[in-house]
Each structure stands twice: as structure tokens, then as C-alpha cells.
Design a protein around this ligand. Sequence first.
Ligand SMILES: Cc1ncc(COP(=O)(O)O)c(C=O)c1O
Length: 496
Amino acid sequence: MHSQVYPVLASRPVSWARLSDSVRPYGSPCILGLDEVTLLEADLPEEQRGESAEPLGQGQALSQGCTAGFAGPLLTETHAEGVAHRGPARVRDRPQVPPDRVEIEGRRDRLNERGDVPFIHRAYSVRPEEATVQSRIGASFGEVDTPALAIDLDAFERNLRRMAEFARKAGVALRPHAKAHKSPVIARKQIELGAVGITCSKLGEAEAMVDGGVTDILISSQVVGAAKIARLVALARHARIAVVVDDAQNARDISAAAHRIGATVTVLVEVDVGQRRCGVTPGEAAADLAATVHGLPGLTFGGLQGYEGHLQQMIPARERKTLCDAAMERLGASRRAVEARGIPVAVATTAGTGTCEFAAHHEGVTEIQPGSYIFMDANYVRVEGTPYETALTVWATVLSRQRAGDAICDAGWKALSVDSGPAVVRGREDLTYSPAGDEYGRISTTGAALLPGAGERVPLTPSHCDTTVNLYDRFVGVRGIVVEAVWPISGRGRTD
Ligand SMILES: Cc1ncc(COP(=O)(O)O)c(C=O)c1O
């Protein structure tokens, strides 16, 4: 499988283009900000080239995938049986809005409806308002409008390296949970630093990751029902996909669907190590289900998952360790029970940011799947013994200062999740934040602390990174005060 990212830096004047659904099969047509772009389109048959765009300039026309509205100087590249054509193309409709920068993600492994033509699978597009953010790259972050979800790149990169180093030293595989970021760009950074792949909670998130070039994914929750199972096995033809089960019929359903299309899905048996959510009882029940999975066509028995989610943010650390040890003993007992049936357990995966330090040292644990360590939300930084730094901030602007004692800002329920309590005003313990409506937040002071004035920007540390990230289309990566990157959160909202 081949997949690659083609960064496209615009030079002026910029122009835009619209890609059809044949290029972006999962989404509505999108507007791309393009000026100079290299698209790779593999092995397009002669008769399909340039159907929609007039062949202008010295290069070939754009392929049918890129239908209406391409404009401006546009560079395309078509590879057919080793022959590369390259040249400028011009197309109708000269339009307006100038996005400045766009990332196009090309994949050559997807087939079109006829099943014979590799297509560019997906393009990350910029809508005009996103382009405004893109165009701030290189500028001061103060120019980016609010509410904005910003990553402190220095702290974030330290977190990435620290966890990679920890796993390496502990001798366990690292499979970070992407539910914290939902971004293939970040997933690929984790993999570059040594992660064996990533974990996703939902099938939809996994699809977004595969679209974004991630090729090894564990789905850590059950995929149930014919429609989802069809998507699961389809995805397994494009990446190495593992999924957890805790029910024999669910395993049989996945097996039948995989077998039908000739796919292979790796299946891990989930064991309830104390969270009382999903997972079979530790020990013999895990071995029974493992034996069922082991014998089913289209499935590879991959091992066990036992996640102690209820312990992650437990303070103090000593109590967390004691309970984590007990949870790992349940996972270990399950492992021994499976192995006693002559079935090898390749993977025993577990742990989050709060427990990986303890779990990783347990005999029989092969893999850890922490997620929040990259950002460390306001609740997580309070957890004793987690050596990671806060790297995620929602920036808000004060809209109104009509009453003494509070300032009203532009970040409410739509900008900050509240499932884990209110956000925290960063660096200002004398101020509190509380939501004041869908689009409003209240910054309050109990004493004589100085409140920010109308128009001033306020940094807020989200109480829960996973659910706050889910509210945004993009991260703004900031180094010092300069905007360095804008990364799409393509798995956001993919709770399907
Ligand atoms: C199955 C599973 N593994 C790992 C994690 C990552 O945990 P954390 O974000 O606490 O690091 C989660 C988070 O909810 C999870 O559900």
C-alpha cells in the first residue's frame, strides 16, 4: 500500500478548485485553496483523462476526479504505467477567495467504482474561513481569531518524546490512543517516534486515520451490527485492523463478513479488569472466547485487552498503583488461561496516561495505549506522578465587561466540554471560568483580582481534552508566539 502526503505551499495569486465526490467519496464536494499543486493520479486510463477540464497549457488536463472549477495556474502530475506528464493546466471559472495553503493527501491504493483505477482518495481541503487560519502560518498567534484550539508545540513534542522513551525503556510497545487528538498528522508523528500503530475508540475515527495514512490500528471498543461490521472488514483491506470482542456471536459475525470479502481482521478478547464496562470475566471465560475466535475463518486471534479506565485519574498515586496491580493480575490470569489452551497470546494491551507507568512493568503486558499524555488537560495535570505538560489551550476573547466581578468571553459550551468540569484560566488561579451559554463563558473573580478587559484574549485549559478536541475542525500549532502549523482534526465527530 502506498500513501503519501503532499504539502502544497501556495504562491500568489492563489485560486481555488472544487473536487468532486469521486475524489472525496466520503464527503461533500470541497473547496480547495490551490495555487501550485502536485497531484499524483496513478494509472488513469487514457479515455478517462481530462474529461471535465479542457486541456490547456502545455500539460494534460486534469483528470475526471477533479471536475468543476479548477482555476488559476495549476500543476498536475499524472503517472500512467511509468509515464509522467507534468505541466500547467487552466480551467474555467476564475473565482475569488484566496486560501493560501492546503495539504493534499493522495493515496494510490483505493480503487474507483469499476475497481480498476487507483484514485486520489482524499484531499484535505480548506474552507475560506480555514484559509484565514492557514494564512496566519508564520504570523503571530495573536492574529488568529478566537475561539481557537492551540497546541504549544514545544510542550507537545516533549510529551511525545517522553512517552516514546518511557515505553522503549520499559520494553513495551506503545500504541497511543488517538481519541485524544483524532488527527492523522499527530498519529503519524507518534508512529515516527516508535509507536507500533495507534488505538481508536470508534470505527469512524479509525476510518479517518486510514484516510490519513495510518496503517496499523486497534479499535478498542466493540464493533457491533451488520452495517458497522461491513465497514470494519472493508477497512481491513486497506490497513492492519484489530478490534476487541467480548461476545462469541459478535466474533462470528465479524468472521463471516471478513471471510465473505477475503479480508482478515485481528481480534483481541476484551477482559474486564475492574472497570465494569465491557469485557468478559477474567480467566476461563476469556479463554473460552479466545478459543472461539482462534477457530474462526477471516480472524486472527491477536491477544487480550484489559483497560483499567476507572483508575486513570485516581489520586494518590500509591492507591492507583495498588489497584492497577490488581487489574494487571486479572489480565495476567486471563493470559495464562488462554495459553493453557495452547493458544499463543501475542498482545496484552492496556493502560492510559495515569497507569502506564505501573502497568508497563507487569509481566505479560506487551503494549500500552495512553492518549491524554500529549495534551494533559486540567484534570490530568493534577494526577500525581504523571510527568507530562499541559500543551492544549482554548483561547477566548472577552466580549463584555458590564458587571463588576466577571468578564464574558466568547467560549461557551460549543468551545469547551464540561463533562469533566469547567476549564481553568491558565496561569490565573485567582480567576475561574464557567460556561455562560452556548457561545459565552464567564471569567469571574472572587476577590480583587484584575479581570481581563473587553477585547483581551484569555487562555483556558480544557478540563477534558478528548471531548474538547471533538468540538474543533483544526489545531493551531504554536511555537512561542508564532503559528507554525494548522492540522485538521479529521476524526472529530466520528462517533459512528
Ligand atoms: C480503551 C482505552 N485505552 C486507553 C485510553 C487512554 O487513556 P488516557 O487518555 O487516560 O491516557 C482510553 C481513554 O479513554 C481508553 O478508553
